[in-house]
Design a protein around this ligand. Structure first.
Ligand code: ADP
Length: 209
């Protein structure tokens, strides 16, 4: 997707943090822990657009913005997304304005994107901090997806067969964290440490999106 948007330069120190990893590894769970533990006003959890139906328990406008495929396409045509990815026949898009607003006002922007999306963000924003969340094993990942019970049999199989290649595409990430069983809190804490360490190391870094 080529953008016609003017580039935006973030305030010094504001960071773009990308949390990625295969479906079912625990990204949403970890972000929920981060939000609960650290309702930090200096951080914007960017709400992704999805062209799929809501799952039970998901709240529109809180977990994601759920839109029709037509609306998604219109937004994409209007250059509303920093990146889009089509995975399992569903589109995901990171809204450009939420990211730009956060960075310009000096807040960190935290994105949750699939592995494809993370590579797309890297292409556009070389200074983004890319964190890959990995499962303890493929079997564990499969067990989490089955346990979540949100996918049809067909969707589940597609996610399971994509998992091995997603796990193999950790190249290009800055950090790889294993989300150990029943230790999502520890994974969230590790992410907090990474974000703090990156800020300490690059206090004046200005992110361009
Ligand atoms: P993702 O957002 O990466 O697709 P989810 O956060 O929806 O993954 O997690 C998938 C399933 O795994 C959920 O049922 C969740 O409760 C469970 N889960 C997440 N993290 C852990 C963990 N550390 N140990 C055990 N189960 C977990």
């Amino acid at each position: 997707m080529s953008s016609t948007k003017p580039r935006v330069v973030g305030a010094p120190g504001a960071q773009l943090v990308v949390i990625s990893g295969p479906s079912g590894v625990g990204k949403d769970t970890i972000i929920r822990v981060l939000k609960e533990r650290n309702p930090d006003p200096n951080r914007q959890y960017v709400i992704t657009y999805k062209s799929r139906d809501r799952r039970p328990g998901e709240v529109d406008g809180v977990d994601y913005h759920f839109v029709s495929p037509e609306t998604f396409q219109r937004l994409a045509d209007e250059d509303a997304f920093l990146e889009t990815a089509k995975v399992y026949d569903q589109w995901s898009g990171t809204p450009f304005d939420q990211v730009a607003d956060a960075l310009q006002s000096g807040r960190d922007a935290v994105l949750k994107v699939d592995v494809q999306g993370a590579h797309a963000v890297r292409q556009k924003v070389p200074d983004a901090i890319l964190i890959f969340v990995a499962p303890p094993s493929l079997e564990t990942l499969s067990g989490r997806l089955i346990g979540r019970a949100t996918e049809s049999e067909d969707q589940l199989q597609r996610r399971q067969s994509a998992a091995a290649s997603e796990l193999a595409s950790q190249t290009g990430f800055d950090y790889v964290l294993v989300n150990r069983t029943d230790e999502a809190d520890a994974t969230a804490e590790e992410i907090e440490r990474i974000v703090a360490a990156e800020r300490a190391r690059h206090p004046r870094r200005q992110i361009r999106v």
